[in-house]
Design a protein around this ligand. Structure first.
Ligand SMILES: [Zn+2]
Ligand SMILES: [Zn+2]
Length: 131
């Protein structure tokens, strides 16, 4: 497996690190913004956040393989994920249909119950002579 070179600090002329670039493709990952001008502490936090972002660049989040230009997952993992999704599709559809029939049964039961309650009320009124 390729080792990814460390992320590159981007520093001001007086040596403060503001962000990092990916060590492999050298793109600068911003990832987070401050609200208004950041103070020294916020700048340090943002730089840390951006470093973790730069560290993840060109790295597959699934298998950890390092290759130039990976943004989320490598091609192999992308193919695997899509195949998995496709394989799960019929099972998901069956599950959804089952859930729907359970809901349908619950609705039917509720309608029966409402009708029964209504009937019971009418009969009660009828017996006590109300109209
Ligand atoms: Zn990169
Ligand atoms: Zn992968």
């Amino acid at each position: 497996m390729t080792e990814k070179p460390p992320s590159l600090p981007l520093t001001t002329p007086d040596g403060e690190v503001l962000s990092y670039a990916c060590g492999l493709c050298r793109s600068v990952r911003i990832g987070a913004e401050s609200m208004g001008p950041p103070d020294a502490e916020e700048r340090a936090e943002l730089a840390e956040y951006r470093r973790s972002d730069a560290d993840r660049c060109c790295t597959c989040r699934e298998c950890g393989v390092v290759a130039l230009g990976i943004s989320m997952e490598c091609d192999a993992c992308g193919v695997k994920r899509r195949a998995r999704l496709e394989a799960e599709q019929p099972a998901r559809a069956a599950r959804a249909a089952e859930e729907e029939s359970v809901r349908e049964a619950a609705r039917a039961k509720a309608l029966d119950r409402d009708a029964a309650v209504l009937l019971a009320m009418r009969m009660c009124r009828w017996r006590s002579g109300w109209r």
